[in-house]
Structures are given as C-alpha cells and as structure tokens.
Design a protein around this ligand. Structure first.
Ligand code: NG6
Ligand code: CA
Length: 476
C-alpha cells in the first residue's frame, strides 16, 4: 500500500479504523512488529523493494515527477527478473513511480523502457502517483483508451496555453489544494504537473481502487495454472483520497479513513479470489506499505481535522518524510495458508530483504549485498531477523541496530509545517533506545557516548562518505 502507517491496521493495535480483512491475514500469518520500508517516501522505497539495493546508492531514487526516466537499470537484478528464469510469470498492477522511458517520453507511443524492461511480463500501472500527471492507466507500455486525435502532452515546468489550473481557476475544483497541487485540473482535482489532451484516457479517481482490484484479480485468474509473481500496488491512502461512493463517510475520520476502509475491502476481495481459485495453500502473500503516514499531504480533505484519536503512526514518532521511526516502520505481514503458523514476531525485516529471501524460496542463486536472506524469518521458522538497517528519508540516512536508533545531524527544519511532521533534523546526533523509549522522546547521545560512537562507526561502515550531503525537502 501507499502511505499506510503502522497504526492504520487493527492488527497492530490501537487503530480506530477497522481493517478486518487485513487483520485476517495478520491473524493467520506472521505479523512483524519490526518491519521496515527502506525509505520514508515512495520511489526510493519501491526501488529497494524491487532491486534489493539500498536506494541511497542510486542518486535518482527520490520522489519523481511523472516525466522522470526509469531509474532501475535495465541490466539490474530485480525480483521479477530473478523469478522469470524459474518459470514464473510476473506482473504488476497499480502504482509504479520508478520512472518511465529515457527522457522526453512521447505518451502517444509505446513508452519504454519501463516495467517490462525490468522484468514484468505484464503491467497495468499509473506512471507516478495519483496526484501527478499523466493521470492515465498504462498497460504494457501503452496508454489505455488513448484517442489518437487527442494526443497527450505533459510538462512539469509550464502550462499549456489556455488550460485551466488549480491556482488560477479555483471555481473548477471539487477538491481544494493546501500546498503544491495547483497545476492542471483533472476530474475537478488539481494535480502536480501540466497535462493537455488524452481526455478519453483519463482515469476516474473514484473508480481507481475497483479498477486496480479487477486488474489484480484478472491477473490471478489468467495465470493461476502457472507459477506467478504479482506486485499488486494499491494506491491508497495516498492523496488525492477519492473513495468510491460506497465508502464515502464510512469511517467517520474523513477521506483518509474512508480510503483505508476501501483498501481493506479490496484486500478482502483479492484474498477471496485467491481462495476461490484454490491458490491460498500455494501462495506466499506479503502485505506492507511503501512509507509511513501523513494526514495533510497537500489537499484539504478533512483527513487531519477528522482524524480524532486515531494514530496512523502507531506508537512511533514522525511520519512520512521522517527519519524518526514512523517514516519507515510500517505494517508488515507474511501469510501462507498451512505453511506459516500464525504468530507475531519482533524480528527486524526490511522490504529490501525480499529479493534474496524469495530467491532462496524458489531455489535461485541470486542475492544482492544489501538484501539479507531471511526466508526462515519470513516463513515464521526463525525469529532472527536483521541486526542492522540503514533507513532513508528524502536523501538523509539514519541507522538502526538492535534496540537502538541513531540519526546523524542534519540541517533543515525540525518540523515540516505543511504536513505537520517532525522530519528528524537536528544539529546534534540523536540516539534512542526503542525498547525503553518506543516514541523516541529521550535523546541518549550525550549520556551514552560509547554506544553512539559504536553506532556512528557501524553506520559509516555501510553508508560510506558523503552522507552529510543532502537535499532539503521541498513541499510547496
Ligand atoms: C510530494 C507531494 C505529496 C506526495 C509526495 C510523494 C507536494 C506539495 N507534495 O512532493 O503530495 O505526492 O510528493 O509521495 O507536491 S510518495 O508517497 O509517492 O513518495
Ligand atoms: Ca508512498
């Protein structure tokens, strides 16, 4: 999922939002209390998930515009590329956000390189995010429902003559922008970036969840008789939050709660399909989120004002964009009927570990340095996860080892006021013991100098030089 927080699912305790279908997977599988995305934003996180390589090794792994070129090398190993030689059919349905083409994409022709060049036999995607143009579905490299007489043009710098924008034409909006998101208007929603044409191809935001669900279900039905790998990348609860009418108001917590209910329903429907097709005993399911939660990510949609006592971040500090725990410490569940015994584990795992671990599962020799082979842990046969992990948030990195978390000094605001999230920036080192202080309230850097030294050295050993060079987060 996209921007779902640790505390957004019932199974992780405290959630005011009810997620019975996700909870069912958690109750029947391995629920990880220390499961991580590699990053606190989407692109780097998904880069690490698919390639098994830390995203800070790739300078372009940062929040991408819809026009960005593909950032995964076409010669690079990925989960689908690892699986293909073993006879797996590979597919992705949902959010991509890893770049497409090699610059200056013509959206009216086949767009490549993209998913198929990094190992997916089938792809049905949105290029970037729901709030970024182009707002169209792309199937195997071609825009779906494109009318050649109404070609698509995209520009992230300047508008097309005569086209309305969120900034200049507020009367055309059904959802108001709070920060950023004031360029082209599609379906009454102002977006990031400018788009012209492609009217027939434009998606209907409120139908997106049903649409991707159907795509994922169809994929399973088509490929149930062969080994398959499906990456079902749900778009919720990322902005703009556009629940289908069936879910509007259902949570009482505003749009964010409603789309989480919608996503939970999708997960239930998808699981039903696997069950109906008789695949549950033969399928490993991994449920997780690309980064932590945010309430107001740039639109007025009541998600912050109606959030009430819900804690999307769970017991953790920070949120999306943050080096504090809530940025990367996300829901993480593995489920395999009859194979994984239901249990909760504190073992530390990261999405980056899936590449080597799935390789071990299928008998492939492929491994990457950054991806630890933790198959036993994912299958619930061991509690010995990773010892250490480097996490990333908008080009800054920090380090977790055992119960300890260390954040090096970074310039920049402590709080991003637009999204109201503490980013983890401070002029001094921060050291927290998560066992005693899960909410990272007490900085032990000065009282535990030796521990700090040990952590900084271990961090630098992996991270190498130059980690102080960062780009300031701009959300405007
Ligand atoms: C930010 C967007 C935010 C979201 C994020 C990417 C603004 C002001 N904010 O730049 O709304 O789209 O990028 O989120 O434009 S992610 O989950 O895909 O990383
Ligand atoms: Ca995300």
């Amino acid at each position: 999922m996209d921007d779902l927080g640790y505390g957004d699912i019932g199974a992780n305790g405290r959630s005011v939002i009810k997620t019975p279908n996700i909870d069912l997977i958690a109750a029947g599988g391995a629920r990880f209390t220390n499961g991580y995305a590699s990053s606190a934003t989407c692109t780097p996180s998904r880069y690490a998930l698919l390639t098994g390589v830390y995203p800070w090794r790739e300078k372009n792994a940062k929040i991408l515009p819809g026009t960005a070129p593909l950032i995964i090398g076409t010669d690079q190993m990925t989960i689908p590329k690892m699986l293909k030689p073993l006879g797996y059919h590979t597919g992705i349905v949902g959010k991509w956000h890893l770049g497409l083409g090699s610059g200056n994409v013509n959206w009216n022709e086949r767009v490549s390189p993209g998913p198929s060049e990094v190992g997916f036999d089938y792809s049905y995607i949105m290029a970037a995010t729901q709030d970024r143009v182009p707002t169209v579905y792309i199937e195997n490299g071609s825009v779906v429902n494109l009318d050649v007489s109404d070609p698509i043009e995209i520009n992230y710098e300047k508008n097309f003559e005569g086209e309305p924008t969120g900034k200049d034409d507020p009367e055309l909006l059904k959802m108001k922008w709070h920060h950023g998101h004031n360029s082209s208007i599609v379906n009454g929603i102002p977006r990031i970036g400018f788009m012209k044409g492609g009217k027939d191809a434009q998606w209907v935001d409120e139908d997106m969840a049903d649409h991707f669900l159907e795509g994922a279900q169809d994929y399973v039905k088509k490929h149930k008789d062969e080994p398959f790998f499906l990456y079902y990348a749900l778009q919720q609860p990322h902005v703009p939050r556009t629940p289908h009418a069936r879910f509007v108001g259902a949570s009482g917590l505003g749009a964010r709660g409603d789309v989480i209910l919608e996503a939970d329903w999708c997960v239930g429907e998808f699981m039903n399909t696997l069950e109906e097709e008789g695949l549950l005993e033969n399928t490993l399911i991994v449920f997780t989120s690309d980064n932590g939660p945010v309430l107001n990510d740039g639109y007025y949609d009541d998600s912050d004002t109606k959030n009430g006592s819900h804690t999307p971040w769970g017991p953790y500090r920070g949120g999306k964009y943050s080096l504090f725990e809530a940025g990367t410490h996300v829901p993480f569940i593995t489920y395999w009927k009859g194979k994984i015994k239901p249990h909760t584990t504190d073992a530390m795992v990261c999405q980056i570990d899936l590449l080597s671990s799935l390789a071990a599962l299928v008998g492939s020799e492929v491994r990457t340095n950054d991806s630890e082979e933790l198959l036993d842990v994912f299958l619930g046969q061991s509690d010995k996860g990773r010892e250490e992990l480097v996490i990333e948030a908008t080009s800054r990195t920090a380090y977790r080892n055992g119960d300890w978390a260390m954040i090096p000094p970074y310039k920049g605001p402590a709080l991003n006021k637009n999204v109201n999230i503490e980013l983890g920036n401070a002029l001094e080192y921060q050291l927290y013991n998560l066992k005693d202080d899960i909410a990272q309230k007490y900085n032990l850097a000065t009282s535990h100098k030796l521990k700090l030294k040990e952590m900084v050295e271990a961090f630098e050993q992996i991270r190498g030089d130059g980690y102080e060079k960062i780009q300031q987060l701009e959300l405007k």
